[in-house]
Write a protein that binds this ligand. Structure first.
Ligand SMILES: [Zn+2]
Length: 231
């Protein structure tokens, strides 16, 4: 079967700091990723940078945040598969049962990889996101004078996995699982991320989704939104 190759450029084409057109530098990652429907594709995440030597962002490599959520360091499974494993594990399912469920959808994964992913994601769920917000927002302000984050929402059954990252370097700031019937909890969580007035841009799900409407109601001020590229 012919391999499907998908190159992804950064969602932004100009430097957010000085406005210069970003130029291609190198391919940051190049991996075959499995998706939750069993399909596979080679995802190339292309790194671009600002050519203006005087710009404080000139050392930063901008990548596709869409591709970054597919190619999470160390994993070759889509964000949805990872979210699914995380939720099943949280519900106490055995790794054998998780493998069996995934294989029904054509996803082949070893017991060992289920364990590795579950372990790592449990760590992310438990990380001190409030401290990470301070550290990452502080670093973005001191390097770039502005804050850019991505907020992804993946719905599985009646739960929602929320993943928040620093848009400049894709570092994970927080990972959360919110039940759909606890809207107040979700909103107060989002407020912790979006209330900072120095946030210039949020990369997130497309505007037609319910999650976008919830997010927008929490932001409730002028904001640049960029959508993840639909796969
Ligand atoms: Zn620049």
């Amino acid at each position: 079967m012919k391999e499907i190759v998908r190159p992804y450029k950064p969602e932004i084409s100009v430097c957010p700091i000085c406005g210069s057109r970003l130029v291609y530098r190198y391919t940051v990652s190049n991996k075959v990723i499995q998706f939750s429907n069993g399909k596979k594709a080679r995802i190339k995440n292309l790194g671009y940078s600002c050519p203006n030597q005087d710009c404080q962002a000139s050392d930063n490599i901008f990548t596709s945040q869409t591709a970054s959520k597919f190619c999470i360091k160390g994993y070759t499974y889509s964000a949805k598969i990872i979210a699914y494993i995380t939720i099943l594990k949280m519900q106490g399912e055995s790794r054998e049962k998780i493998c069996a469920k995934l294989s029904l959808n054509g996803v082949d994964i070893s017991d060992r990889n289920v364990d590795k992913i579950a372990e790592r994601e449990m760590k992310n769920l438990n990380m001190d996101y409030k401290k990470n917000i301070q550290v990452e927002y502080g670093a973005m302000m001191s390097h770039f004078g502005q804050i850019r984050i991505s907020i992804d929402s993946i719905g599985i059954d009646n739960l929602r996995v929320i993943s928040v990252r620093n848009s400049f370097n894709n570092v994970q700031i927080g990972l959360h699982i919110c039940p759909n019937d606890k809207m107040d909890e979700l909103k107060s969580l989002l407020h912790e991320y979006v209330d900072n007035p120095n946030i210039k841009c949020i990369t997130t799900v497309r505007k037609i989704t319910d999650f976008f409407k919830i997010l927008e109601s929490c932001v409730n001020r002028e904001m640049e939104y960029i959508s993840f590229i639909k796969y």
